[in-house]
Design a protein around this ligand. Sequence first.
Ligand SMILES: Cc1cc2nc3c(=O)[nH]c(=O)nc-3n(C[C@H](O)[C@H](O)[C@H](O)COP(=O)(O)O)c2cc1C
Length: 447
Amino acid sequence: MPEVKVLSKRFDMDNGHTLQGYLDSGGFAALRTALDTAPADLIAQVKDSGLRGRGGAGFPTGMKWGFVPQDLGKPIYLVINADEGEPGTFKDRELMERDPFLLLEGMLISGRALNCHRSFIFLRGEYLWPGVRLEEAIAEAYANGWLGKDILGSGFDFDVTLHYAAGAYICGEETALLDALEGRRGQPRLRPPFPAVAGLYACPTVVNNVETIATVPSIIANGTDWFRSMGTEKSPGPKLFCVSGEVVRPGNYEWPMGTPARTIVEESCGGMLPGRTLKFWAPGGSSTPLLTADHLDIGMDFDAIAAAGSLLGTGAMMMYSDRTSVVDAVLNWTRFYEHESCGKCTPCREGVFWLAQVLQRISDGQGRMEDLQVLDDVCDNIFGRSFCALGDGATSPIKASLQYFRDEYVHLIEHGRVPDGFEPHAGVVTQNSGHHRPPSLAVVGRS
Ligand SMILES: Cc1cc2nc3c(=O)[nH]c(=O)nc-3n(C[C@H](O)[C@H](O)[C@H](O)COP(=O)(O)O)c2cc1C
């Protein structure tokens, strides 16, 4: 199937972000249908569509909605995860900038399905421009009766609050997000209870990603068969893939799930930059295990990527060429995870710190051969043992790079420098770049 325009339908419009532009291009038709549909039927449609969360984990959206108890006598909240902290990911940003009403319509339909009347958008603090667009859209929607009391005379009330986050990767994790939204330090909560039962202010809460909710109007408007005509049996529908790195035209491109990575990179992005050959790539952000050029024909869907040993994650494809040192790229990400580890659990707080130290030592040309075993062991002691998936994600690029590019680590350790022909990786100074970097902390303790 060719590139599609469902979520990106208004990306090229000058006024797609205004209420008029939205209405002129078919906006809010799905909401009208939803207001005439019983909430349970809306949940059933989303379940039947097979929509899976676009925030990283791929959890079935309709199933999540079905977990919300309707009989607790408590308010039900909908929280939109617009934190978009995963390195390489920038799809929610473009969606909110160019089509903020699509998110609002998705929230209204989801609110109707869940019997929810109060919602929040937890927006990454640095996303000022998406914030401006959302503020304008929310104000326009309230002024014209698309938000607030008795929407379209249906008796359905729905409010939206935009919350600017303070800026921490961990606050994208849904339970840390809820703590942050409540005004506390953002750290993950113990589960159960799951947010569906006891989330925001201990009330039933659905947390969904921006793209997930922005997909809902198209399902209600066009039906589940239409939705399932794209993608694969277990990963249906369209998806925004954010491609970055050493390609000719980086950007957001919308394709049916299951489209081979090669098709996206070659047809949408114009391939790798002239003279460069693909060496490694991350299929869904830096928390997903790296793949190689041998994996380019794999379909970009949850199951095919998992079968190849990685994860679809957010669909953020980061493409690197033979000029990039994999060790430096991995060190760069590990420094990020070290900085962003929230400190709540020991494996992640201590383990990722040590991973960064050892990688830095190797990158500085001071590595020892036994460091490779240390990296492996520390990763194995974090994976599956940290409180949330941040720790697991931190180990992904390290484990995969050791699996596919062990020779490069060995070369760095034996020669004290990366092989000739590499360019310094963004944000990382390599030994052969001519820049001086202070030696890493001695591996005997923090100083
Ligand atoms: C460390 C960490 C960071 C995360 N960051 C985000 C994020 O920025 N945006 C997002 O939608 N989901 C993020 N998630 C996933 C959320 O916890 C949650 O699964 C998601 O919001 C659910 O929405 P979905 O079902 O629509 O995908 C993160 C998870 C972890 C462990």
